[in-house]
Design a protein around this ligand. Structure first.
Ligand code: 4AD
Ligand code: MG
Length: 422
């Protein structure tokens, strides 16, 4: 008997074929003479309808149980599917006690409820559909970069640098007795090492040889936040492009990647003016020089017609050492750009990078980072070119396209402050 995945069975044009299907029971509908089951192995969005005659023992067939079924594929009388499986033999491979199983057959469970079961929530329709979309979105992003001649770089997860300079690093060190107990501050084989907060600096290295590069991988931030848009481990899509001479070039790359609709561009200074002249009472300061908070970002997006908004030219002091100096006065800014979107707030962060040796050298010296970033400075000595890049939080992107509100609902296994289940 031919073993078949549900997707292939559903696409089968031949009826009368003997097949063997393995999967999980997604619904059970007893009728007068037959029992109707929906079975899926996850290969298809649509389940396969299985008809079990009264001669079969169907007692243990419950929602969620695993089955191994042989039978013949027949043309289905229902318009919902082409074929259905007339079962000759049904074996329950793994029982599923309906009393203990947290999901009930006809109930619609909330995202909050299913979040309590990270090991089981992929069995629900909503979450499994979401993971399918996540997988498709990831593939689409990869194809975009491929089609546009970007080279994919696997940037390291373990690194010695704090790219963003925000001190939100998780340190990497051996556990237990592999630790050198004499060392009060144990390290990664005697050198300091951290989980990456951004692959940007490594991408800058590669942009110096391949011009257009990207990375798409896990990123870690020791942000002690319970917010609905922060994770301690999230996926970031980062691109770095050599010969990028203006923020307009950089925004064009972002628009090509993800914005198929109207958007706005305002400067940070304009953003501050808008916030100050509004009648809303903000919790956080709106003085020039302050970082924009979620409440500010949401207000700005609404103010600009509820479309995505690029905010450009942030205060120089707010941005990390790599951001390109606009050398303007009296309001000193750097060529950085954030993309804010409705509901979510900040979706992307990017900048032109300081490619001028002298200016970068001064800034690193000022921050006491010249030794740490000697190699980074050297990139400016050997064929330095204007360049820039950006990073997009993949989970925030998913919130955006799905219209969801909690970032914990769009990642297979969420890690956040005080929570690392599984
Ligand atoms: O704005 P960020 O910190 O920018 C960078 O890391 C740059 N080095 C990127 C670059 O230019 N290559 O982070 C980029 C994006 C944010 O806009 C946000 O969407 C997402 O990453 N992000 C988070 N997503 C989920 N949880 C967190 N804790 C996040 N922190 C940042
Ligand atoms: Mg940012």
């Amino acid at each position: 008997r031919m073993k078949m995945r549900v997707s292939d069975a559903l696409a089968s044009k031949e009826t009368g074929t003997n097949v063997r299907i393995q999967g999980w029971v997604r619904s059970v509908r007893p009728q007068k003479d037959n029992l109707f089951l929906n079975v899926n192995d996850g290969s298809s969005l649509q389940p396969l309808q299985v008809v079990a005659g009264s001669h079969l023992n169907t007692r243990d067939l419950t929602f969620g149980c695993a089955v191994d079924i042989t039978g013949t594929l027949e043309k289905s009388p229902s318009k919902k599917q082409n074929v259905e499986l007339q079962a000759q033999r049904i074996e329950v491979v793994g029982e599923c006690n309906p009393v203990d199983f947290p999901f009930k057959i006809k109930e619609r469970h909330s995202l909050e409820y299913v979040r309590q079961f990270p090991h089981l929530r992929c069995r629900t329709n909503a979450f499994s559909s979401l993971l399918r979309i996540r997988s498709e979105a990831s593939a689409a992003i990869q194809s975009f970069f491929r089609d546009n001649s970007y080279l994919q770089i696997h940037t390291p997860v373990i690194t010695s640098n704090d790219c963003e300079g925000a001190g939100e690093l998780f340190q990497v060190k051996p556990a237990g007795d592999k630790n050198d107990s004499d060392d009060p501050n144990p390290h990664f084989f005697s050198v300091p090492a951290y989980l990456t907060v951004s692959g940007q600096l490594h991408l800058e290295v590669m942009a110096g040889a391949f011009s257009a590069v990207y990375t798409f991988g896990p990123t870690f931030r020791a942000e002690n936040s319970q917010s609905r848009r922060h994770l301690a481990e999230f996926y970031m899509v980062e691109a770095e492009i050599a010969f990028t001479e203006s923020l307009d070039d950089l925004m064009k790359d972002q628009v090509d990647l993800m914005l198929k609709r109207k958007f706005n561009i305002i400067s940070y200074t304009e953003a501050i003016d808008i916030l100050k002249s509004s009648s809303q009472n903000f919790t956080f300061s709106t003085e020039w020089g302050c970082d924009l908070q979620t409440e500010h970002e949401k207000f700005l997006v609404k103010h600009c017609g509820n479309v995505p908004v690029f905010v450009i030219n942030y205060p120089y002091e707010l941005k990390p050492f790599y951001a390109r100096d606009n050398q303007d006065q009296p309001k000193h800014t750097a060529a950085a750009v954030d993309l804010l979107v409705p509901e979510v707030g900040e979706l992307c962060g990017g900048s032109l990078r300081e490619e001028r040796l002298e200016l970068l050298s001064q800034r690193l010296a000022h921050a006491g980072l010249k030794d740490t970033y000697e190699w980074y400075l050297q990139l400016r000595e050997f064929g330095s070119v204007p360049h820039g890049g950006f990073g997009m939080g993949f989970e925030r992107y998913l919130l955006c396209i799905l219209g969801l509100h909690n970032i914990k609902d769009v990642i297979p296994f969420a890690r956040f402050s005080h929570s690392c289940l599984l």
